[in-house]
Design a protein around this ligand. Structure first.
Ligand SMILES: NC(=O)c1ccc[n+]([C@@H]2O[C@H](COP(=O)([O-])OP(=O)(O)OC[C@H]3O[C@@H](n4cnc5c(N)ncnc54)[C@H](OP(=O)(O)O)[C@@H]3O)[C@@H](O)[C@H]2O)c1
Length: 260
């Protein structure tokens, strides 16, 4: 299947590792022109160069970076056809320890950063009558997880924002969707001090026991690879997803037991 992504200009946030890197690699493999965004310059540059992608070091929670991201895509790559709002993070924090700042930080990163980029990108895409936006939310946005309520609440709000933009732009050729991954083998989980280590520490178990327990909660019995998430995101960025908008596609190994 030809995804029709050749020479499309695609912006991916949170692109220096994990899911964002896998999405960038798949897009570049399809012949798209990719602008990769993350905060840490060294890792980002090292990730982008082998893909032949452009990169821009920016913190998406900084409102000033929104224009810089879109301007870089337009001036250096010639336009903006697809936007993937993927930057996000989490930590294991029991409900009673979550602070106002924890909720605000999650809201800034998952919701406001996505909204600011959609607000600038969607009208520009609409002018040309073609655009794709994919918001990388989480299964926790559909079924709140006890591991970090601030993350779950923000991801639910990100799903709502995604739907709002889908409704507003569907008639103008700009299709907006979200995906909701379950646990994925990325540095967020697997790096030293990541979610696996944090879960082990909170439960008083080993890291392997914590990972086995997390896998045991998944009907499919294992974590996703970043590439399995990227395949769905890239399809939604493509010409072939022409009748999909307003969706929140589960890519969660069966985690959230609903059929809508
Ligand atoms: N892994 C999972 O199990 C899982 C499950 C469901 C949903 N998700 C979602 O998938 C997305 C990617 O997760 P991941 O597992 O790939 O995470 P990851 O391995 O921690 O990678 C996160 C990426 O985002 C960048 N980033 C973080 N904060 C940023 C900011 N403020 N501005 C710009 N870039 C930023 C990071 O680079 P810098 O630190 O250098 O900025 C990095 O490139 C997130 O939205 C996450 O919530 C992940």
């Amino acid at each position: 299947m030809d995804l029709g992504l050749r020479d499309r200009v695609c912006v991916v946030t949170g692109a220096s590792q994990g899911i964002g890197l896998a999405i960038s690699a798949r897009l570049a493999g399809e012949g798209a022109k990719v602008l990769m965004v993350a905060r840490g310059e060294e890792r980002l540059q090292a990730a982008a160069e082998p893909l032949g992608a452009e990169w821009l070091a920016a913190d998406v929670t900084d409102p000033d970076c929104t224009h810089r991201i879109v301007a870089t895509a337009v001036e250096q790559l010639g336009g903006l056809d697809a936007l993937v709002n993927n930057a996000g993070t989490s930590a294991r924090v029991p409900l009673e320890r979550l602070t106002d700042d924890d909720f605000r930080d999650q809201f800034e990163l998952s919701v406001m950063a996505s909204i600011r980029l959609m607000r600038l990108a969607a009208p520009r895409m609409a002018e040309r009558g073609w655009g794709r936006i994919v918001n990388v939310a989480s299964s926790s946005g559909k079924r709140p997880s006890a591991s970090n309520a601030a993350y779950s609440v923000a991801k639910a709000a990100q799903l709502s924002a995604s739907r709002v933009y889908a409704d507003a732009y569907a008639a103008r050729g700009v299709l907006v969707n979200a995906i909701t991954p379950g646990p994925v083998e990325t540095p967020l989980w697997m790096a030293e001090g990541g979610l696996a280590d944090q879960a082990a520490q909170l439960a008083g178990t080993t890291r392997e026991e914590a990972l086995a327990s997390a896998r045991g909660k998944l009907p499919i019995g294992r974590f996703a690879t970043p590439e399995e998430i990227a395949d769905v995101a890239v399809f939604l960025c493509s010409e072939r997803a022409g009748f999909v908008t307003g969706a929140a596609w589960s890519v969660d190994g069966g985690t959230v037991p609903i059929i809508v």
